[in-house]
Design a protein around this ligand. Structure first.
Ligand code: MSP
Length: 769
């Protein structure tokens, strides 16, 4: 077994959303790093998986009308199938609902209890459902997910996080590579450190006493508060050992996956040995919004448990679409499947009609890997667009790398019957490539993928220029001894350069480089990687006389029209002529929530866990209503960067088809539908779509905010008797409470809500049953 081990992880993905390319981005980066470490000969372990507990998942499952585990099973399988489709080389796939995980998490909790790091107390605060965390602020505070928080009072177990302020600062500030938590990029490290240090400037102004870390940096003592780490308000989680009305805080549960997957808490000696071998993790790759969990809570739990802390946490930026983070709740996601299907069939299959689906998928996965890593400097945010992807593909892969391979190898085929000629490497190009190797490995090490690829593409251009300058076709035409020697040197140099570039590109383009490797006559690149043969990046590593493999194009050119095809795949409603693209998902998520078990009133601002900003930013979409799907959107994307509504909106578009799960009468009686009379109706300043209503329920008056301002004037609503879901929990919107929801049907192409009213006289407060 190799001396050096490398254990890396992706975040485990929430199962309340289907995967989109934002998720694929983290996983791709991890796969690239894992492949690079494997080829360097490290004993590499790459973990990914799904995060399946918590209120979000419980609610999504309830909305879909199925038990949470069944819901989690479906979505987790979708993630896994996608990673398999993309050829992701994870070594294990952990699900937090697996017994190996739940049992070990309970052990960890018990250990923390035994060590007096946890105590029981009660707490009232603002809880962000989306981010599964308490946040500071008054009721109605907008949480980090952009949605109003809920007031939660709970008897909770608390973790003594406050005791770890200085140890954590010291751990992160430490300059000892063997004994520190390295956080990259610098911006994330600074963010974590300033959170840990507290507001030093304000404390200084107030004249408070500051303390100094081991490195002599000031911090505000007491800035870090104890952390609530159990919940009683919902059930879907791992029970606290010995007090089962509590479930363990989902972040403690989730973070522990990094240890439970490799055997922490297991009684099996094989698992225990695995844990000894791989822990601590060398790299947790995370999105930038979850660094605090990984760099504050996680190392604090470990310090408290007496377990070594991870060596590094590296944060990637966000993929943006239309300038905002691609995310399910905004509905602006691009599905990875769209890219795999489009590039796989429209580019690869067109060139190779007999290719298998697997070959097409792996080809397309390489294109996505390349694009994301080249386009966006790792750690920063970057915009995604289909046009940019096609342009980049054609320029760098089809016309760049692919063309270089094809012209070089076809000349070796033509002039040397496919046998690699012996020759002398051009010293200038040789030096350039040597520099690329050094810079390449530095950039791999520093996660500078975009730089790395820029350097490699510049080298490809230099080799092209070199070939054109030496004009092998002219040398071959002359045919004297000197020209023949030049011809051999030129093609030998070009071949060697390609070999070296291919090794450097392998972690990023595993499928394409495997084909190039075979065409170079060097065999199976995976085997070469496993045998450590790809570590040799020196000139002359090639055996002259090697016979080329069969030649074929590696990167067929992509037509510009492909961008529109991808847009159409994301918005099938805009292209009714292509019903086969793609199948609407059966999956029910936030957007479709109200089409199934949950009430589906488009007039209720609190119906879906959406933000108030959505009301204003997404024309054609009203608050919370599944009727407000992409079909309702007035504009069809006119150009390829217009918008990606994602499959969620598509699924919602199908909501008229009555395929919602059946419910029993007991489910129905849980909904308290009442006749209510509108007694006050008014517009809300700066909220074009919202009306503030006061309704009389007979037994009480209520305030309800409703997203119907586009369709109803306040005047025409006054006095109307309507139907209200009376027992819906109150929610805050724009600082105002909305208690209840109006019932309306969705009408016509624009999904106009039509309020349910009565044709006969009816007393307010009457129950509908
Ligand atoms: N379940 C938690 C992580 C627990 S780890 C112990 C979680 N899940 S998530 O599904 O919401 O996000 C998982 C990862 O996907 C995060 O790193 C997040 O940053 C990443 N991405 C989700 N959308 C993204 C983009 N639009 N762009 C880039 N990455 C994004 O958080």
């Amino acid at each position: 077994m190799p001396e050096k081990k490398f254990y890396l992880t992706t975040p485990i993905y929430y199962v309340n959303a289907r995967p989109h390319i934002g998720h694929a981005y983290s996983t791709i980066a991890a796969d690239v790093i894992a492949r690079r470490h494997r080829l360097l000969g490290d004993d590499t372990f790459f973990l990914t998986g799904t995060d399946e507990h918590g209120q979000k998942v419980e609610r999504s499952a309830a909305a879909a009308g199925i038990p949470p585990l069944q819901f989690a099973d479906q979505v987790s399988a979708t993630f896994r199938a996608l990673w398999d489709r993309m050829g992701i080389t994870y070594d294990d796939y952990i699900r937090t609902t697996e017994p190996r995980h739940t049992e070990a998490v309970q052990k960890l909790f018990q250990l923390l209890l035994d060590r007096d790091k946890i105590y029981l107390s009660s707490y009232t605060g603002q809880y962000s459902i989306g981010e599964e965390m308490f946040v500071d602020g008054p009721p109605g505070t907008i949480g980090p997910d952009g949605k109003p928080t809920e007031t939660v009072t709970e008897e909770n177990y608390f973790f003594r996080l406050s005791a770890y302020q200085l140890p954590l600062i010291d751990l992160i500030e430490s300059e000892d590579p063997e004994n520190r938590l390295l956080i990259q990029p610098e911006s994330s490290r600074n963010e974590v450190l300033s959170f840990l240090r507290g507001n030093v400037a304000e404390a200084t102004d107030r004249g408070d006493v500051l303390e100094l870390s081991a490195l002599g940096k000031a911090y505000v003592p007491g800035a870090l508060k104890d952390l609530s780490i159990s919940r009683t308000s919902f059930k879907w989680g791992i029970p606290v050992p010995g007090n089962e009305k509590h479930v363990i805080y989902v972040w403690l549960d989730a973070l522990a996956n990094y240890m439970t997957a490799i055997g922490y808490g297991s009684n099996d000696p094989v698992q225990q040995e695995k844990f000894q071998r791989y822990w601590p993790a060398d790299l947790h790759l995370v999105g930038k919004e979850i660094t605090r969990f990984h760099c504050v809570y996680w190392p604090a739990f470990l310090l408290a448990a007496g377990i070594p802390t991870p060596r590094s946490v590296v944060a990637n930026g966000w993929l943006l679409f239309d300038d905002s983070k691609m995310s399910k709740s905004k509905g602006n996601v691009v599905r990875t499947e769209t890219i795999l299907d489009a590039f796989g069939t429209e580019v690869y299959k067109k060139q190779f009609p007999d290719s298998t689906k697997k070959e097409q998928d792996l080809f397309a996965a390489d294109v996505l890997r390349y694009f994301l890593l080249r386009e966006i400097p790792f750690g920063q945010d970057g915009s995604f667009s289909f046009d940019a992807m096609i342009t980049r593909y054609n320029a760098d892969l089809a016309n760049g790398y692919g063309n270089l391979v094809s012209r070089t190898l076809s000349m070796i085929e033509k002039y040397f019957e496919g046998l690699i000629p012996e020759g002398i490497v051009d010293p200038e190009l040789g030096q350039r490539l040597e520099a690329s190797v050094v810079l390449g490995s530095q950039n791999f090490h520093a996660y500078g993928f975009s730089n790395l690829l820029e350097i490699l593409m510049a080298s490809i251009k230099a080799i092209d220029v070199y070939i054109t300058f030496h004009a092998p076709w002219k040398l071959a035409a002359v045919g004297d001894e000197k020209s023949n020697a030049d011809l051999r040197d030129t093609l030998h140099t070009a071949f060697e350069s390609i070999r070296i570039l291919t090794v450097l590109l392998y972690p990023i383009l595993p499928s394409a480089t495997a084909k190039v490797w075979a065409q170079l006559g060097l065999g199976d690149i995976e085997v070469a990687a496993q045998n450590g043969e790809l570590q040799n990046l020196e000139w002359g590593g090639l055996k002259p006389g090697t016979k080329l493999g069969p030649l074929a194009p590696i990167f067929p050119r992509a037509d510009k029209g492909l961008a529109q095809i991808m847009v159409d795949m994301e918005n099938p409603s805009s292209t009714p002529q292509k019903p086969e693209h793609p199948k609407p998902s059966k999956f029910v998520d936030e957007t479709t929530t109200h089409t199934s078990a949950a009430p589906s009133d488009p007039t209720d601002p609190g119906a879906a866990p959406r933000t108030s900003s959505l009301v204003e930013t997404a024309p054609g979409m009203t608050v919370g209503g599944s009727y407000a799907s992409s079909t309702a959107r007035p504009e069809t994307p006119s150009h390829t960067e217009a918008r990606a509504s994602g499959v969620f909106a598509n699924a919602a578009a199908q909501s008229d088809i009555p395929d919602t799960p059946q419910i029993v009468i007991d489910d129905f009686v849980k909904i308290d539908l009442r006749v209510a009379q509108i007694v006050v109706a008014e517009r809300i300043p700066k909220a074009d779509k919202l009306l503030r209503l006061e309704v009389d329920l007979g037994y009480e008056k209520r305030q309800i905010l409703s997203g119907i301002a586009e369709w109803y004037t306040p005047e025409e609503l006054l006095g109307k008797k309507i139907v209200v879901i009376a027992n819906l929990a109150p929610r805050k919107m724009r600082g105002l409470e909305s208690h209840g929801m109006l019932l309306a049907a969705s009408h016509g192409d624009d999904g106009k809500p039509v309020l349910a009213t009565f044709g006969e006289e009816i007393a307010v407060g009457s129950r509908l049953k």
